[in-house]
Write a protein that binds this ligand. Structure first.
Ligand code: ASP
Length: 340
């Protein structure tokens, strides 16, 4: 009989309205089980673990990712798949992080949650949870998991975790993975996109749990001042800066900007160029404004999401003391996070 391990971290899916101040606050796991009796219809064993305290995902920190990675590795041999209930606000960050922290996965790790609490009549939580559990237990004829990846199951779609981003604060279609087709789509049947699903070549789980979080993000915009750019690019606290650029990786061509980028590179900072566009790729050779950034020392993020870039940097920097190695690995497709 299939065994699924369900991990509850918090999020709207398990929240209730506080009768006093009207805000949504988390309630315990039994509350979820009572609201989703459909779970009892599955012919497999579902064990669970509840984090304490339960949190709104706006409070997620890398410590939670380490706890999740450690829990999954402890239970890895005893279960066929893992489902993580998590708030939607930072789900794409957590799914990205786990994708890099868990190398060699041959079992599904599926994040899900909801926009409306499970107790509400129109909740999307039931369908999301039931689909996630079904997919987490799906196997081929040889008994191999159909989707041995870290993914997000939401609104009838299974998306690669490190390709996903939250794009809708209120609709049920909260997530997209603009540069990667869904891994599966749930209709009457669940259709699996085998051509896109990645499979581990080693089949041996390795956990990367030392994280270096010294990353800042510089989002370019018309009117950004030299002082603001200086503070972010040259700030002492960061080892890497993600520069969110325009279009295909284009930045300001003014000498003050390029000089600051060069100075940051000279000081040894890792500079990663990620586009603000949802779809498409960074190509620093198309426009002079992109080329100048490349010559100043920035590395291309290709079509990675900002969430994916942040998580990849945390994990790579946690493991590599050499910035040259981190830069080389940023250009390498490690977990399907870039189309390269
Ligand atoms: N604020 C909630 C959270 O991220 C929103 C949600 O779960 O949808 O925990």
């Amino acid at each position: 009989m299939n065994k699924i391990f369900l991990i509850y971290t918090g999020g709207t899916i398990g929240m209730k309205e506080d009768p006093i101040d009207g805000t949504l606050k988390p309630f315990d796991f039994n509350g979820i089980l009572n609201e989703v009796p459909e779970l009892r219809k599955f012919a497999f064993i579902i064990d669970s673990y509840t984090f304490s305290p339960l949190i709104d995902s706006s409070d997620v920190e890398p410590g939670l990712w380490k706890d999740l990675a450690s829990l999954i590795s402890q239970k890895y041999d005893s279960y066929d798949g893992f489902v993580i209930l998590h708030g939607t606000d930072t789900m794409a960050y957590s799914a990205s992080a786990l994708s890099f922290m868990l190398e060699g996965l041959d079992k599904p790790v599926i994040f899900t949650g909801s926009q409306l609490p499970v107790g509400k009549p129109r909740t999307d939580g039931k369908e999301n949870l039931v689909s996630a559990i079904e997919i987490a237990s799906a196997k081929d004829r040889d008994g191999k998991a159909l989707v041995p990846e870290v993914s997000i199951c939401f609104n009838s779609q299974l998306l690669r975790g490190n390709r996903s981003t939250k794009v809708n604060a209120t609709g049920f279609d909260a997530f997209i993975s603009p540069n990667c087709p869904p891994l599966a789509v749930a209709g009457i049947n669940i259709r699996y996109n085998d051509a896109v699903i990645r499979r581990s070549t080693t089949g041996e789980l390795r956990v990367h749990d030392s994280l270096d979080t010294r990353v800042s993000i510089l989002k370019l915009h018309p009117g950004i001042t030299e002082q603001v750019v200086r503070d972010v690019l040259l700030g002492d606290g960061s080892r890497a800066v993600i520069i969110e650029t325009y279009g295909s990786g284009n930045a300001i061509s003014k000498p003050w900007f390029l000089n600051l980028v060069k100075e940051a590179a000279r000081r040894g900072k890792i500079l990663l160029n990620v586009t603000q566009c949802l779809c498409g790729d960074v190509d620093m050779d198309i426009y002079a404004t992109g080329r100048a950034l490349k010559e100043a020392g920035a590395v291309s993020g290709h079509d990675i999401t900002t969430e994916g870039a942040l998580a990849k940097l945390f994990v790579l920097m946690g493991e590599q003391s050499s910035n040259a190695c981190v830069k080389a690995l940023l250009e390498t497709n490690l977990r399907g996070e870039i189309s390269k």
